[in-house]
Write a new protein. Structure first.
Lengths: 197, 197
DNA sequence: GATATAATTAGCTTAAGATCAAATTAGATA
DNA sequence: TATCTAATTTGATCTTAAGCTAATTATATC
């Protein structure tokens, strides 16, 4: 149910300790012990709050040796805020006139992505494929360095065939790779679907 | 404290019943009994939730005889959502270069309005006065009809001298009045401070 | 295998708050 | 004044969840 998701989003943010965690993470990723120390709370309490934030998809986690680093999931934080406003204020109706490109984009997203956000299939047509790839790659954090394993995990949230999609990311210059480390390219380098065909 | 306000905003929205109340109010104002019936809850429960929503400034109330009508406070709903995002994502820092007009506007708002949103004093300089008036009038709902009493109550949230400000609203075509009923003018009719001086 | 480090899980206490029925208050009208 | 209607307040119950300590698990290193 739509409503329940929105409630959970607000529940996740309706606690001062969790807000302070997100505030600290706005400066960059941090591990559990560091958070516990900075906030003067116990480690289990950090775990407790991290679980809530994770359930609401507001943070991501990365394990290195036996340390877990937490980071903001900025995309979903914004996404949920917008969804909440649209629900409450019923903004769904008012759409301005869109260009042909914008119509195409929303049609592709509607048709190729399920409600849970997963990619049903990789579009065969070039332009549509670029739209879908961009839609996925936009969820990565600019400036952050990812290991190949992390990239695979990230892509698997959307589609099983992570190898193909990872290759496409490089091929169309959404990302670059060096020594097995992946990083998002600046947007200007991306292959622009708007110009295709 | 900034953080506490944001927590309260999310607390107010972190309950399914309250979200459903706001959802119902998105279609227009409603009294307590009607809400209780629609939601299958008792009247005291409605009062309880209304108090929470009122504390977070997400609804407004209007008494007619012994019936209290509740309505969304759309301005503050949006305002808090934005403040929350800016806090969490630290968007405060990244400001684009503003024009002289925009700088003037934010300076006026900073200087003439207190942190609680009230107008310290009515600016004497014409352009600044228009900025302050617009800042207040923007909180009124477009399309809604207000009695003079309601307008007075509304203005009193910002400043004691509601008579002067109400007159200015009409004078500068922010609103028009007919048979004691006030309504917001479309923005195009407002006297534009951007063009002054 | 033994040890060290970081995180999680389990179990508990306590505080906050959602909800209701009953009693009270506020305002309007006969 | 008496009466009616809608809302609020009171007081009680029940649930959720924040926080802790202690125990356990996961991962890496000696």
């Amino acid at each position: 149910m739509q409503l329940e998701k929105i409630v959970n989003y607000h529940k996740a943010l309706a606690d001062p300790t969790r807000l302070r965690i997100l505030l600290l993470l706005s400066e960059g990723e941090m591990n559990g012990q560091a958070l516990a120390e900075k906030l003067n709370i116990s480690q289990p309490t950090v775990t407790h709050h991290a679980a809530k934030l994770r359930e609401a998809a507001l943070i991501t986690e990365r394990r290195e040796k036996n340390t877990v680093y937490f980071a903001q999931n900025r995309y979903f934080i914004q996404q949920h805020a917008q969804a909440s406003l649209e629900l409450i204020l019923r903004k769904g109706g008012k759409e301005m006139t869109t260009t042909a490109n914008e119509q195409m984009k929303s049609a592709v997203i509607r048709n190729f992505f399920a409600k849970d956000g997963r990619l049903r299939s990789i579009p065969a047509q070039y332009k549509k494929k670029l739209i879908a790839l961009e839609h996925v790659v936009e969820r990565l954090e600019p400036g952050r360095k990812y290991t190949e394993k992390e990239i695979n995990e990230f892509i698997k949230q959307f589609h099983e065939d992570y190898a193909t999609i990872r290759r496409e990311f490089i091929m169309h210059q959404f990302m670059y790779r060096e020594d097995g480390i992946y990083e998002l390219n600046p947007r200007e380098l991306w292959t622009r679907w708007e110009d295709v065909k």
